[in-house]
Design a protein. Structure first.
Length: 509
């Protein structure tokens, strides 16, 4: 049986086994310079243009810790409810990769800067009578530690972009030395069928937290947020932890959820067949939605950690930590509670916005002048439908909150009907310009009063039977006349106003 076929349907898998997840998330910090040198920490420079003897690991070069990176890490730790160490130090983690200039990585081992925290997330749990209800899960944070990023290998030739089958490989060291924090959770147990959704909710909340703190741009597509997803299964109700696999470098929120689902189904098939799950790293494939084996971890890695002799310990004073705490911004969870109150939404209504990943989009649309009701209507209605059809995140749609606010304004002013507004959105998404430019170019404005009156008169003259029925009190017959008005105006009439004029003309207004 091939690996792709050896799966158990997800619902059957979680009926027999308890999933346990854990997430290791690497976040590139948005400092101006690298972790241990003065090179620029920017994305997209020409290969090997942002390097120096320190980040290339040349003999005689000495690192100096980046104070801003340490401060950013403390900010993250405080926001994650961690204990901030009064004294910690860096260590050398020894292993060989072609993109590791020194053949060791400066990281933190047994003495991380931040420990023992938590982050609360929310997932929608199906209810016995139908529908869903929000469920809050507290994800334990084991540690947040600092380290430096590696370089990047480019494998040229072959079909997969991986080293196997490539003709040759190139290495770009621009990323080597960029400050990283690694946020490591404790095992997340007891989520059952919600495990994939909880994994996605956690990474989403962590991303939003980093963005609110101003410590990273957390662009998964550029690699500034990368997630390793650990998944294991144990027999239902056994209370044991199963053998885990580690799906490496999952690079989108949707893929985090899909990777957990894939591993739950695959591991259930392995266990059902009476085989042990192999302790290994795995790769997630966006096209197929499955994972495949990477590197076996049956033999424990010996990284030969030892204290970094070229760096002094980090000992943040309590005064500095409290000063950083006092400067923390409003965090996402608190902001959501405030917005829910300001927008006068129920828990269920706000949960729909949050689950769609649209809180920031709605907030920015409201800031651009739309009412909360209109902003919610367009983002959770028409635009959510477009995102689902294309398999994209709402935030990836090529339309700005200001554009959505303008569509809402034009609709509210009567310049557009909802039907015409959807056509305007079509044009904006197609790159035809702003809403006003699309309206002008496509001639989409609602028919004016004079044109509407003329169309009403023509409809009444063209269908005397329907007109007579309306005169006789059968106002439902006005629907046929409204249809003729809409057809005559190419759908640009305000149907409610057309009906009002028809009833007035026929003595029923």
């Amino acid at each position: 049986m091939t690996e792709a076929a050896a799966v158990v349907p997800f619902d059957e898998a979680v009926a027999s086994y308890d999933p346990v997840i854990g997430l290791e998330t690497h976040v590139e910090l948005g400092t101006r310079t690298k972790m241990f040198c003065g090179c620029r920490a920017e994305f997209g420079g020409a290969p090997n243009s942002q390097v120096c003897p320190v980040c290339l690991g040349l003999p005689g070069s000495l690192p100096v810790a980046n104070r801003a990176a340490i401060e950013f890490t403390i900010r993250i730790g405080l926001a994650l409810n961690c204990t901030i160490a009064g004294w910690c130090r860096f260590a050398r983690k020894n292993y060989f990769y072609p993109d590791m200039p020194k053949n060791f990585q400066i990281s933190q081992y047994d003495e991380p800067l931040c420990t023992d925290g938590w982050l609360e997330v929310q997932a929608e749990e199906p209810q016995p009578g139908g529908g869903t209800a929000p469920r809050r899960i507290r994800v334990g944070i084991e540690r947040v530690h600092m380290e430096e990023d590696t370089g990047k290998s480019l494998h040229v030739g072959g079909a997969t972009g991986r080293i196997h089958g490539a003709d040759y490989s190139l290495v770009d060291y621009n990323r080597a030395g960029i400050p990283l924090v690694e946020v490591v959770t404790r095992p997340v147990e007891g989520t059952g069928a919600l495990a994939p959704a909880v994994a996605r909710a956690y990474v989403t909340e962590l991303r939003d937290l980093m963005r609110a703190l101003g410590v990273s741009d957390v662009r998964m597509e550029e690699g500034s947020l990368r997630c390793d997803v650990n998944t294991s299964l144990s027999p239902r109700g056994s209370g044991r932890l199963g053998t885990r696999t580690e799906t490496k470098n999952v690079n989108s929120l949707r893929s985090v959820e899909r990777a957990v689902r894939s591993e739950v189904s695959r591991q259930a098939a392995v266990l059902d067949a009476g085989q042990p799950v192999t302790l290994e790293t795995r790769h997630f494939h966006e096209d197929s939605g499955i994972t495949t084996p990477g590197r076996s971890k049956e033999e424990a890695q010996d990284y030969r950690y030892f204290p970094e002799p070229d760096l002094v310990p980090v000992a943040p004073s309590r005064e500095w930590v409290e000063q950083i705490r006092a400067g923390l911004p409003e965090l996402p969870a608190a902001r959501r509670e405030r917005l829910k109150t300001e927008w006068q939404l129920s828990d269920l209504e706000f949960a729909a916005i949050h689950n769609a990943g649209a809180v920031e989009l709605v907030a920015r649309t409201v800031a651009a002048g739309a009412s909360p009701a209109d902003a919610r209507k367009w983002w959770l209605g028409e635009l959510a439908r477009r995102a689902n059809e294309s398999g994209a995140e709402l935030t990836a749609l090529p339309i700005m909150p200001a554009d959505v606010a303008r569509v809402a304004a034009l609709t509210g002013a009567g310049t557009l009907t909802d039907r015409l507004a959807r056509q305007v959105i079509d044009g904006v998404l197609a790159g035809e310009g702003t809403p006003d430019e699309v309206v002008a170019a496509r001639g989409l404005a609602v028919a004016g009063e004079d044109a509407l009156s003329a169309a009403v008169d023509e409809a009444i003259a063209a269908d005397p039977g329907a007109a007579e029925s309306v005169r006789g009190g059968k106002v439902a017959a006005a629907g046929a006349l409204v249809g003729k008005v809409m057809k005559a105006t190419g759908g640009k009439a305000d149907a409610a106003r057309a009906r009002q004029l028809i009833l007035q003309r026929l003595g029923q207004g």
